[in-house]
Design a protein around this ligand. Structure first.
Ligand code: TLP
Length: 345
């Protein structure tokens, strides 16, 4: 029985073309700037996002950490969403390692932060206060139904930030999903921000790696920060080679994952007792209606017994994520498994 793994798009294994490219990759010592494949990936990433330079990092977490260590000093304040990945799921690394003070403001259900809330969180120049340096956004927003932030919204935050001399960092782990969902070039979505992190290892299927992208001076400093957190990776061209294939071959197909997510959501919503959140990209949240007598564990375990894996999240919500290795039949099987589990066959 094929396991239908909907826990995350991080579970994607590399494609045959990626393995081939990894095997053939030309490599050198990247800490000396001599890995031609890493250099090519970084140049491609900068070009694709319309920024001056890029830096290959081991993970999304490392990319966000390096970005924040570069933008902020110890005691500086960063304004970010209370449902953001950086605030919730990166071990508080910005504080632990960077002495940076997070100032969470409420994420709206569509992943945005209200401009008024951002404005109120900006501290004035006063000896008692931390210095506000940075605003972070997340696109698509993982915990807010995978919703894409529009270019207009992002630009409005950037304008506000600039008015106060702040910078903007974008956690764009799934920025190509956002571009696909909004039907626009990714450059438009990131034009107004100072730095962007995006992941190769999620919907784009590469085995490892993320890129931090921004201006050349910022990236030169970020290169130092990456080194101090142990991220100088030497012959990383074997990994970057898969990343190049990801950028060349995988960004154009993400709408397929979104269509399958919509079909999965539609199928689940037809099952009595199942309620489904809005679906805009490849992330679906669903939960059991009030009065259904099944625990979250029973759902996760019951589906796993039927070969369907997903994540139980807080408040009894379940998350399913579609990706390259999930086909139409898998979606129908997942719906069937849930229907059987709910006894509505
Ligand atoms: N998210 C993972 C897990 O951490 C939950 C997932 O399965 O969704 N930013 C965003 C928006 C992310 O969703 C993630 C990973 C990261 C950053 C961190 O990336 P990695 O896992 O490469 O460190």
């Amino acid at each position: 029985m094929k396991i239908i793994d909907l826990r995350s798009d991080t579970v994607t294994r590399p494609t045959a073309a990626m393995r081939e490219a990894m095997y053939r990759a030309e490599v050198g010592d990247d800490v000396f700037g001599e890995d031609p494949t890493v250099n090519r990936l970084e140049a491609m990433a900068a070009e694709r996002l319309g920024k001056e330079a890029a830096l290959f990092v081991a993970s999304g977490t490392m990319g966000n950490l390096v970005a924040l260590l570069t933008h902020c000093g110890r005691g500086d304040q960063v304004i970010l969403g209370d449902r953001s990945h950086t605030y919730l799921f990166e071990q508080g690394g910005i504080s632990a390692l960077g002495g940076i003070m997070p100032w969470p403001v409420p994420n709206q259900p569509d992943g945005t932060l209200r401009l008024e809330d951002i404005q109120k969180a900006i501290r004035e120049d006063n000896v008692h206060f931390p210095r506000t340096r940075l605003v972070c956004l997340e696109n698509t927003h993982n915990m807010c139904n995978g919703t894409p932030l529009t270019a207009e919204y992002t630009a409005s935050v950037a304008r506000l930030a600039r008015d106060y001399g702040l910078r903007v960092h974008l956690d764009g782990a799934r920025i190509f999903n956002a571009a696909a969902a909004l039907g626009m070039d990714v450059r438009e979505l990131v034009r107004e921000v100072d730095s962007v992190m995006f992941c190769l290892s999620k919907g784009l299927c590469a085995p490892v790696g993320s890129l931090l992208v921004g201006g050349s001076d910022f990236i030169a400093e970020a290169r130092r920060a990456r080194k101090v957190v142990g991220g100088g990776m030497r012959q990383a061209g074997v990994l970057a080679a898969a990343g190049i294939v990801a950028l060349e071959q995988m960004t154009g197909r993400l709408a397929e994952d979104h269509a399958r997510a919509r079909r999965l959501a539609e199928g689940l919503a037809e099952i009595p007792g199942v309620e489904v959140g809005p679906v805009a990209t490849n992330i679906i949240y669903f939960w059991l209606a009030e009065g259904v007598s099944k625990s979250p564990e029973e759902v996760v375990d019951g589906l796993a017994e039927r070969g369907v894996l997903l994540l139980g999240r807080e408040l009894g919500r379940f998350r399913a994520v579609t990706h390259y290795w999930i086909g139409d039949e898998d979606v129908e099987r997942a719906i069937g498994a849930m229907r059987e589990l709910m006894g509505s066959n």
